[in-house]
Design a binder for this molecule. Structure first.
Ligand code: NDP
Ligand code: OXD
Length: 309
């Protein structure tokens, strides 16, 4: 069995070593543009160029070393090709800790305490009622579900929104466009975005949606930069409707040095790091799935290419 590895922005050697150790019967090679190589049976990819796909007429499955497949689905992929995303592989707990940190930092006003420390000021902030601090999680998939459960453990009221109806203990769930979405937004003060980027969700965090949050709203975007209309966020922060935002993903990454988000007093910026791909966990998951496919068994995490996630 031949496996080709083609991941941009990733140091290949540790992946190649790990894959060879985990799948000793496989021939694992690094794909390089312009270097002739034999077609592979499986490919492990992150944002590969179209030339890589075109050079793989025999490949049975493309394993994406991330959860989001939006970049991959923008390529011209042959019809029967299976696209497989990572499911969790250690990302859900990272996402839960990132979002809980952002929510609690805002709820408990830790930024204000930090300012007070600079002034050597011993001053309490009045406790805010938790019941007023409702959190809406957009996307109740592998990551959104874990985040909603983690927030619920801190006894915040949690709402969740998905495409199809869902039941999640202790979470008030909403689904679909129209009334379901309106009611979800109206019930939420903090919005956490964990949607995949698809034609339906691009630009979904716009003036129109963010203005429907309860006053003093707060945005946490950990999904994709193209979900957010950036100027609309800036305007709603200026008008005071939104209290702040924590952003991990951006339309242009790395975020350009001159971008207004960097210096905004009420925006926290992190460099697309809320849930990193963990190499060992990912290799183990991909190897398990390749073995299952070789035995003719079904696997989890196959992307519905029409739906876009
Ligand atoms: P899943 O595919 O498991 O879940 C997606 C969820 O979004 C599902 O609940 C789905 O609904 C819902 N959804 C999709 N389209 C719509 C829509 N039009 N309206 C309402 N709900 C919708 O994804 P994951 O939880 O694994 O990951 C989510 C995203 O997080 C990834 O696509 C990626 O972009 C991002 N991500 C970011 C990382 C980072 O470091 N910043 C790291 C990893 C992922 P339904 O359940 O009905 O299908
Ligand atoms: C992912 C990501 O989709 O890292 O896994 O953004």
């Amino acid at each position: 069995m031949k496996i080709a590895f083609c991941c941009t922005d990733t140091r290949p050697e540790p992946w190649l070593d790990g894959l060879r150790a985990t799948l000793p019967d496989a021939e694992v090679s690094l794909w390089q543009a312009g270097v002739a190589s034999e077609p592979a049976d499986y490919a492990i990819v992150w944002a590969p160029p179209q030339a890589f796909i075109d050079a793989q007429p025999r490949v049975k499955a493309l394993f994406n070393i991330g959860a989001g497949v939006d970049a991959l689905l923008r390529l011209n992929l042959p019809d029967p090709l299976k696209v497989v995303r990572l499911d969790d592989a250690g990302m859900a707990v990272q996402m839960a800790e990132y979002v809980c940190h952002a929510v609690i930092r805002h709820f408990r006003e830790f930024d204000r305490y930090q300012e007070a420390q600079v002034e050597r000021e011993w001053a309490f902030r009045k406790p805010r009622p938790r019941s007023d601090f409702s959190i809406g999680v957009m996307g109740l998939g592998i990551l959104g579900t874990r985040v909603a459960q983690a927030l619920q453990a801190f006894e915040f009221p949690v709402n969740g929104w998905s495409r199809s109806p869902k039941t999640l203990a202790g979470v008030q769930t909403f689904h679909g466009q129209g009334e379901g979405f309106e009611a979800f937004l109206a019930a939420s003060q903090v919005l956490v975005n964990l949607l995949p980027l698809t034609a339906d969700t691009r630009d979904i965090l716009s003036r129109q949606t963010l203005a429907r949050l309860r006053p003093g709203g707060y945005l946490i975007n950990v999904a994709r930069g193209a979900h957010l209309v950036e100027q609309d966020l800036l305007d709603l922060l200026d008008s005071g409707h939104l209290a702040g935002a924590t952003l991990d993903v951006f339309r242009t990454e790395p975020l350009p040095e001159t971008h207004p988000f960097w210096a905004h007093p009420r925006i926290t910026v992190t460099p697309h790091t809320s849930a990193r791909t963990l190499r060992d966990e990912s290799i183990a998951q991909i190897a398990r799935k390749i073995r299952a496919l070789e035995r003719g068994e079904p696997i989890a995490g196959v992307v519905d290419r029409t739906r876009g996630y």
